[in-house]
Design a binder for this molecule. Structure first.
Ligand code: 26V
Length: 882
């Protein structure tokens, strides 16, 4: 991984690039007495200039104005909200950088074991408000900004979301970064700096989802620091030639691409710790091909440079479907190779033997996307460090940890062998070696029969089916590499993300591996969410009420969320309950205001707010929800006006993006939009039932929606939603949960008590049998679930526009019904009825709401990150002090 500059390089300096000398990981030299030497210049001069920033309001306004004048080169009289945001952000960034520097220096000095979180997605949302909160400078900046004639609220609204993720997996990564810094844990994130994040969702007048690019870097991004001298070369294609019988090889030729680091500062709440998220950008190693250029072939001249830049150009907008695309494979390798090179370089600065690597680095694989890190570390250790296979494999299997985030078969990554052979020929050799020869994995080893490790073949003799099931290579045309198997055998520990899900991992997709390696390798860490963003920031009034009631500063309970239990006695305090309900009401009005501003629609705030916001997917069953809405509409239509008046009024909100190629999910959006169009305009029912699809779901939109919900829906087919994290966010904000017995819903119910949640539907063990019945003993829908049949018929008949359009969607229910809508519909409708009944008793409802918030302590991501730190990574806190 060294870079030498090609003399033919165009537009680049010809001096050799110095790799990362100037950055983290270097301590001052020491003199003979062991005292650190001052590097250059007059120490006194330096020391008097080196000081922290003043954070009184006066200094803050000065700093903001300084950035207006210098960084932005603007005049006070032409400063708009966007300019004011940028200047404020740069001023806040100055504070972050100082803490970041101090944190990294202390990590280098103390040389603790560090953890690295490799994730292809980090769904960070906005930063300014969070940075102010974590730095404890919210009030000061609010005042300072006001003095300059701006409002902090308007300025915060200027920031674009950093939306480098699809959904739960990426947002989880962002919550874990916040918690790692807040818990003073030495953890860095590694990801890709996509030029375009998740697409912007537009809705056409017909109700179709349209996608537009998300050029989030259009304006300067104040939260990143380009590290132009942290550069690695990453190779693709070429030839891999084996050198000897020990498994070494030489990989040459092909395409080389540069990985450039951009650092994003991650401040802890109430700590000085500021961790790092390092995102890689791809750049061509050579500007463009001069020979082609001189020959007049201009397209050809820039082709290879374009292909290098393409690697980090766009986030793949899919989750839960694999699709074997070369560019995605290149993203995965580019990112894992650069991250590993960086981690190894940092380790090497410690001057320890390479065999001690696992004592200094734990690498967490966020799903299987970074699994190529396993053969990549093998490659570096064998081909570059010249270790023997067993030593290398020992290091690898003590370094990595793998978290599985889904058991859905279509989301389990597999890569065609010919594609890996083409793009990463050396890695394909290594994968084959892991399978057969040297890791004792499937068959006997040839090289070291004395090893204590056993093979599958030895442990389960003559069980060829088991060998086939467990192989890293799935037979077929073409053969495919099963990434979950590779991640599993290459890791020290494996975990799922909620109790039920971890059980499913152990008993279904990795069952054979549990039998082979023992159960203790397979654990559970139930997901969590950061209460800083998901309560204090998004619901400041509730946060203030909690602090007042608990008589605790928020700095205390936001770091120990179990303290919320102290709210329980206040369910009997009438004044408190009233205040609690009033805050929910104001949050509903805030959401209504947002809808009016963005969509120009008036929302009835004197109704129950019912929210389902998440990626569109059949398994999440937004279709069940919209069919339930139609059922309610039809029921209302059949009532007399007098009877209608007795029904609980309801406003239903949907938001979420569908993968651009996911036809059925897009059709569900279209149905929702068209049902909204009809029922919101129906004078008979519109006071009682309205429906909104809010376009372009994002972290920032979630921050407005979640505090406003009375009930939220988490209604996946049992056993399909690994955990869910928005369920935790709603409950933390006093919204009740309507859901299936799935994922983290189960643990939420365990905490808050079943009387405070609304459960329905079949349980996980029944799902397989029901699917079997659908296939082999189908019962006509009219017979099985007349209510649902009627709803589908109304859609077909054109109640919401041309019924033909929806046939493919309706047929997923009528035929096969893989996600069991027809099995769960009646109990779903019954559960909605129970919600109505409970909501009618408004005093009791408020108590349920308080109890729910009070019992959410377990779901803080601080708890989760500490579990990873202690039971997986074996890392310790490194307090950073001034
Ligand atoms: C899979 C794939 C497959 C290949 C194409 C691109 C792609 C992108 C993402 C994924 C990940 C799917 C897994 C996932 O997002 N799981 C979600 O993880 C959340 C955090 O643990 C959890 O709360 C959700 O229940 C789970 O669906």
């Amino acid at each position: 991984m060294t870079s030498t500059i090609d003399p033919k390089t165009i537009g680049r300096p010809t001096r050799p690039r110095r790799h990362v000398r100037s950055l983290t990981g270097f301590l001052p030299e020491k003199d003979a007495a062991g005292k650190e030497k001052w590097p250059r210049g007059d120490e006194k001069e330096w020391r008097s200039a080196l000081r922290g920033l003043d954070t009184d309001v006066g200094s803050i306004t000065k700093s903001v104005v300084h950035h207006v004048q210098t960084s932005l080169a603007r005049q006070p009289h032409n400063l708009d909200d966007l300019g004011a945001y940028q200047a404020a952000a740069l001023s806040v960034r100055d504070n972050l950088i100082l803490n970041w520097n101090e944190t990294q220096l202390q990590y280098t000095r103390k040389a603790p074991k560090r953890a690295y979180y490799l994730s292809l997605e980090f769904l960070m949302g906005r930063t300014l408000d969070n940075a102010l909160l974590n730095l404890g400078l919210k009030d000061e900046y609010k005042d300072g900004i006001k003095r300059l004639g701006f409002s902090i609220e308007d300025i915060l609204e200027q920031e674009r979301d950093a939306a480098l993720g699809n959904g739960g997996l990426g947002r989880l990564a962002a919550c874990y970064l916040d918690s790692s810094a807040s818990q003073e844990l030495p953890l860095w994130g590694y990801g890709l700096r996509y030029k375009y994040g998740i697409f912007q969702q537009l809705i056409s007048p017909e109700g179709n989802q349209l996608e537009a690019p998300d050029p989030w870097l259009e304006h300067q991004n104040p939260w990143e620091l380009p590290r132009l001298d942290v550069v690695y070369d990453v190779r693709f294609y070429g030839q891999a030639e084996r050198l000897d019988g020990k498994g070494r090889a030489q990989w040459t030729g092909g395409q080389e691409v540069l990985a450039i680091a951009y650092d994003v500062m991650i401040p802890g709440y109430g700590t000085q710790t500021t961790n790092n998220l390092r995102l890689w950008e791809s750049r061509p190693k050579r500007g463009f091909d001069l020979n082609s250029f001189n020959a007049g072939n201009y397209e050809g001249a820039v082709e290879s440079s374009n292909s290098a830049e393409a690697i980090t150009s766009v986030l793949y907008p899919n989750d839960h479907t694999t699709f074997g695309k070369e560019l995605r494979l290149k993203q995965q390798y580019f990112w894992t190779a650069a991250s590993l090179a960086d981690i190894l370089r940092r380790f090497k600065n410690l001057d320890k033997p390479i065999t001690e690597f696992p004592e200094y680095a734990a690498i967490q694989l966020n799903d299987t996307h970074p699994t190529l890190a396993i053969p990549e570390l093998m490659r570096v250790l064998i081909d570059e460090e010249e270790l023997d296979w067993n030593t290398a494999w020992g290091i690898v299997t003590n370094t990595f940890f793998y978290t599985n985030h889904t058991v859905l078969p279509e989301a389990l990554e597999k890569w065609p062998v010919p594609l890996i052979e083409h793009v990463l020929p050396r890695h394909m050799q290594i994968i084959y070696d892991i399978v057969s020869l040297r890791s004792f994995f499937l068959t006997r080893t040839l090289s070291d029969a004395s090893s204590s490790r056993t093979s599958v073949e030895r442990k389960f003799p003559h069980d060829r089916e088991r060998l086939a099931r467990m192989s890293l290579i799935e037979e077929g045309q073409p053969k495919q590499v099963r990434m979950a198997h590779l991640a599993c055998i290459g890791s020290r520990k494996v975990n799922g993300v909620a109790e039920l899900h971890s059980d499913l991992v152990r008993t279904t997709i990795l069952k054979d591996f549990v039998e082979f390696e023992g159960i203790s390798k397979f654990g559970n860490v139930t997901n969590g969410i950061t209460p800083r963003r998901w309560l204090d920031q998004c619901n400041p009034e509730l946060s203030a009420l909690i602090s007042k009631t608990l008589k605790l500063d928020k700095t205390v309970w936001l770091k120990d969320l179990t303290k919320l239990e102290g709210l329980l006695p206040f369910t009997e305090d009438k004044a408190f309950c009233k205040e609690w309900a009033a805050i929910k009401q104001r949050n509903k009005e805030r959401l209504a205001h947002h809808v009016e501003l963005t969509l120009g629609l008036k929302v009835n705030t004197n109704a129950l707010f019912d929210v389902q916001i998440k990626r569109l997917h059949e398994y999440k069953r937004q279709t069940l929800n919209i069919l339930g809405v139609i059922h309610r509409y039809l029921t209302l239509k059949n009532m007399t006006p007098a009877k209608r008046k007795k029904v609980v009024n309801r406003v239903v909100f949907f938001a979420g993006k569908a993968a651009p190629a996911y036809y059925i999910a897009k059709l569900t959006i279209r149905l929702i939009v068209n049902v909204a169009r009809i029922i919101n305009a129906d004078p008979d029912t519109k006071d009682h039932l309205t429906l909104y699809f809010l376009p372009d779901y994002s972290v920032s939109l979630a921050e407005v929606l979640i505090p406003a919900s009375n009930i939220s829906q988490h209604i996946s087919t049992a056993g399909t939603e690994a955990s869910g994290t928005s369920n935790m966010k709603f409950c933390l904000n006093g919204g009740l949960l309507l859901g299936t017995v799935d994922g983290a819903n189960i643990e939420i119910a365990e905490e808050v008590g079943e009387s405070n949640v609304f459960f329905f539907g079949h349980l996980t063990p029944a799902v397989e049998d029901l699917r079997f019945q659908h296939l082999y003993h189908p019962v006509p829908l009219e017979q099985k679930c007349p209510a649902l049949a009627h709803v589908l018929n109304q859609v077909s008949a054109g109640l919401f526009g041309d019924g033909h359009v929806y046939e493919p969607l309706l047929n997923t229910v009528r035929q096969g019904d893989y996600y069991l809508l027809s099995d769960d519909f009646d109990s779903y409708i019954a559960a909605l009825g129970m919600v109505d009944e409970a909501y009618s008793d408004s005093e009791e409802w408020v108590k349920k709401s308080i109890r729910t918030t009070a019992k959410m302590g377990k779901f803080s991501s601080d708890r989760a990150i500490n579990e990873y730190a202690e039971s997986y990574w074996n890392i310790e806190k490194v307090p950073v002090t001034k």
